[in-house]
Write a protein that binds this ligand. Sequence first.
Ligand code: SF4
Ligand code: SF4
Ligand code: SF4
Length: 312
Amino acid sequence: MDCTRRRFIKILGICGAAALIDDDPLLADPLSPSLHPNSEFGLLNDGTRCIGCHSCENACREYNNLPAFETRPDGEILYPTELNDRVFTRIESKTIPSVDSSTGETVTYRRHQCNHCLHPSCVSACPVGALVKSPEGPVYYRAERCIGCRYCMNACPFTIPKYEWNSNKPFIRKCTMCSEKVLQGEPTSCASVCPTGAITFGTRNELLEEARQRIAQDPDRYHNHIYGEFEVGGTNVLYLSSSAVPCADFGFPMNVGNESYPSLTWAALSRVPGIALYVVVWVTFVYFITQHRIPEELKNRESEKTDSDLKE
Ligand code: SF4
Ligand code: SF4
Ligand code: SF4
C-alpha cells in the first residue's frame, strides 16, 4: 500500500471516530436548550384583538427585505393567502354570523407564522445544523450550512419551512422571530407595529399568564384553549381564539399531540450526521481505489495487447 493510500485510510478512521463522538454544539440534542422554557421569548397572538389591518405582514416584509405584495390595477393590495418563501406571516380571516343579529356578520382573524417550538423537529431533522434553536426562543436559520436536503420541511408538523424553488441558489425561508432583535431583548417587528395589542411579545411564562388572565376575565369572548401551551411539547408562539371560531375551525392542526417530536426520534437521528459523513468518506475512498485500479488494469491489458501484436 502506498503512502497516499495509507494516509487516506487514516483520515477515514478519524472521520469514523468523529462520527461516533460528534459533539458539534449546533448538532447537539435539541431538547437541551429548553431547560428553562418559560423564560424563552415568544409571542401571544390574540385573534380576538386582531382587526385585519395587515400592519404585521407589512412590517415583516420590510424587516426581512421581502418583495412588495401584488396589487390590482385599482391599487388594492392582494394580501397573501398562504405562507411561502417570500411571505413569513399572514392574516387569515373568517366571516361568521354576528352574535348581535343587527350587525349581520363579524369577521375574525388568525395570524400564521412559525411557532418556534420548544423542541423543534425542523432542528432535529437538519443533518448539518442549518436550523438552530436558540436558548432565547427563536428558531433561526444559517444559510451557509444548508445543503438543501429539505428534511426540515418534511419534519415540521405545521408545514412552515418553505424552499426557494424559483431561485438559482435556493435557501429555506421562514419566520425567524426576528432573531437579531430578540437576541438583543427587543420585540419583533410585527409585535412592535400591531395597533391593537393583538401581538404581545414577552417571555413564555408572562405570555401564558397573560393568556390565562384574558380567558378568565372574559370567558364568553375566548375559546378556553391556549394553542401552543402543550402542542408538540409546547411552542413559543401562543394563540388565543374567539369562542365563536375555535382553533380547529381556523385550521390549527389539532392532531399533533402533546409530545415533542424530537424526543421520539432524536436517539436515532443524533447519529445521522456522523454516519452520513462516514459514508461520504467511505464512498470517496472506494472511488479513489477504483480510479487507481482501472488505469493499471488498462495499462496491463494494453501491454499484453502490444506483446501479442509484436509476436504476430
Ligand atoms: S413550527 Fe416548524 S419550522 Fe417552526 S420551529 Fe416548529 S418545527 Fe420548526
Ligand atoms: S417575528 Fe419577525 S420574522 Fe416572524 S412574522 Fe414577526 S416580523 Fe416576521
Ligand atoms: S397588526 Fe395586529 S391588528 Fe393588524 S393584522 Fe396584524 S395582528 Fe391584526
